[in-house]
Design a protein. Structure first.
Length: 468
């Protein structure tokens, strides 16, 4: 507040009195405390500043010192409270401004400052309260520079309002869409229970007792009637070998007998020519009829050769019957592939002895694997063949999502695997064929007997709007 004399006017007489006006105080009039405040430099030197405020230190004792890494210490009744401080010179060079102080540090400095201004000694509990005050409860003032820096990067109010509305509308749509999708999937989809990958597999059993010798490897594709294994017995193999040897020997004897008979027949013209000059016409007629005139003549020897040939041929025929029977028995002892496929599992080791009807191998046909699950009959009546299905299966640590179609719906449980599809009699089995997979691709993607997650889609929208 200042007092100024009233200005003189030429056209009026001077009037006694004073004119009063209000002016804002200058920044230099900001109250500074003349009290010790310790600044400890990084090298350990201690400087005592006596002119300071809550904004910074005005004392020139800091001139010429490196203030990086400085520490501020406040003396409180015989003990000191210290904390790191960053001293930044002001733009006008009038003081060093406190930067980087936390809420608790500013509160502790404020307690010391207010008590020095009021001349009141700070109580110990006030200091402790200042140090324990949570950061979010400490009143933080904002300077004009800070407010200007904050509003400089602020977006316009309308843009912020539009962004906020867009954010909340998007969040609402996302939540609504998520909840709607969950609800629609609950209505549209039917989840199968106890779902497994199945394959058409047959159990091969031993035809009779003997030793099993494997003729194929696991997962090696075999054509129809391909030999998978053979069952042998030592006695049967020896008998077959003896009969084969006898058969070969008899074949050789028959061939030799036929050779001798043919050679004897080639000598017939010469013998008849010789007899025509020595015997009567009656004897020649008997010769031509094949009647022997005396022991050891041509016809007698030919009869003996024919008898030997017939005997050998009879023995060969009997041996051939035995050989065919034994070979048929050997074929019966071979375990052949009933259809194209492969051995998925051997129950026995190579060369192991088995008894009749003992399980030997599990044979899988060369057909695509399927997915089968159980559903309650109250829900199963709403399903039909041809409905779309989503299949989720994990193979080799990789989750695969596949699409398929319902191919078969059967009432009851699988009698061959009741523990796999549930024990209740009020269920229905649903079989799913995966789209786009042949037999080889299905074996690669669908491990046998692995669990799967299957949801059958009822196609409600197609029914409502008249689709297929």
């Amino acid at each position: 507040m200042t007092a100024r004399p009233e200005p003189q006017h030429d056209d009026a007489a001077q009037q006694p009195g004073m004119r009063i006006s209000h002016e804002r105080p200058a920044a230099d009039t900001e109250p500074h405390i003349i009290a010790p405040l310790i600044v400890v430099l990084a090298d350990g030197q201690r400087l005592t500043a006596r002119q300071w405020s809550l904004r910074g230190i005005r004392d020139r004792v800091l001139d010429g010192h490196a203030l990086a890494g400085a520490r501020l210490e406040i003396p409180f009744q015989g003990f000191q409270i210290g904390f790191p401080v960053e001293l930044v010179p002001a733009a006008d060079g009038s003081l060093w401004v406190f930067e980087g102080l936390t809420g608790r540090q500013r509160e502790a400095l404020g307690v010391f400052y207010r008590n020095l201004l009021t001349g009141r000694m700070a109580a110990t509990e006030e200091v402790i309260t200042a140090l324990d005050t949570p950061v979010d409860l400490v009143p933080m003032g904002e300077t004009a520079e800070e407010k200007a820096a904050g509003t400089a990067k602020a977006k316009p109010r309308r843009l912020r309002a539009a962004l906020s509305v867009t954010w909340y509308v998007g969040l609402f749509c996302m939540v609504t869409g998520l909840l709607g999708t969950i609800g629609w999937n609950y209505i549209e989809g039917v989840e199968l229970m106890h779902t497994r990958v199945i394959a058409e597999r047959l159990e091969l059993r031993a035809p009779r007792e003997g030793y099993v010798f494997q003729e194929t490897q696991l997962n090696q594709m075999q054509p129809h009637a391909g030999v998978l294994a053979r069952v042998e017995t030592p006695e049967g193999e020896e008998t077959l070998a003896d009969v084969e040897r006898r058969h070969v020997a008899l074949q050789q004897r028959v061939a030799e007998a036929r050779t001798r008979l043919a050679a004897h027949d080639r000598a017939r013209p010469d013998v008849r020519a010789m007899m025509s000059g020595l015997h009567s016409p009656i004897a020649l007629r008997r010769f031509d009829a094949g009647i022997s005139l005396r022991p050891g003549d041509y016809n007698d020897i030919r009869g003996q050769l024919e008898s030997q040939l017939r005997l050998h041929e009879t023995d060969l025929e009997r041996t051939g019957i035995d050989l065919r029977r034994l070979r048929q028995l050997q074929q019966y002892m071979h375990m052949n592939a009933p259809v194209p496929g492969f051995v998925a599992f051997w129950h026995v080791r190579d060369g192991q002895f088995v008894r009749p009807a003992d399980p030997v191998a599990i044979f899988e046909t060369d057909t695509p694997r399927l997915v089968r699950g159980l559903v309650d009959d109250r829900v199963g009546t709403m399903l039909r063949a041809g409905m779309r299905a989503g299949v989720v299966i994990t193979s080799a640590g990789v989750e695969r999502r596949l699409q398929g179609r319902v191919t078969l719906i059967e009432a009851g449980v699988d009698p061959t695997a009741p523990e796999r599809f549930g024990l209740g009699l009020n269920g229905m089995m649903v079989t799913i064929a995966v789209d786009g997979l042949d037999a080889a691709g299905a074996r690669e993607v669908l491990p046998f007997n692995s669990p799967a997650q299957v949801i059958v889609y009822r196609g409600l929208l197609q029914r409502i709007f008249g689709g297929a």
